[in-house]
Design a protein around this ligand. Sequence first.
Ligand code: MLT
Length: 209
Amino acid sequence: MNDMHAGFHICHEPGSDAHAPPLLLLHGTGGDEHDLMAFGRRIAPASSLLGVRGRLLEGSLTRWFRRHGEGVFDLADMAERATELAAFIGSAAQRFGWTRAPIAVGYSNGANIAAGLLMHHPGVLGGAVLMRVMNGLSPSPGLDLAGTPVLLLSGRHDPLAPPASRALLVAALEEAGAAVDQQTTAAGHGLEVGDAEAAGGWLAGIATA
Ligand code: MLT
């Protein structure tokens, strides 16, 4: 179902199991609310799926937050947009009757805003799959993400997200107590079949944990 919710374009597909964690699907730069729906269904056959469209436009490209250049983020804007998205999630949870916090599944710019949500609004997400993330946020003192499961899927040949671009994020997540898993494959910046396999296996594992 395509619709607007709280000012965001959304695409929702109900799940078949109310106990399966809902997925919040966050596209990369230039994408939309439909981009990750098939991916989400593949990795979580029984979950409620919610694809959302970023509201910022860079030229004609949709995004989740501003940047000054490739990989140079406007961290203040990211924090503000993460706060907007956190409010949206609360209201979507009511509308769709979610009984647990969603797992964000974000790609590229969508992974970066998902990381911003974890860092600025702990508790809003039940966990996150961060694909090709390159978030440079510094740790906030006292951040508590105890037990929050986070999976990073990275590409060894990703020119946009070299290992150093996520080192701070991983350190901050671990320092805050998140349960961080990381897989790096021979991929580049684009998604590959292996990403769905890895994300699906990881989700099945956290659902039974
Ligand atoms: C970003 O701006 O979030 C990253 O550079 C990745 C992208 O190009 O979207």
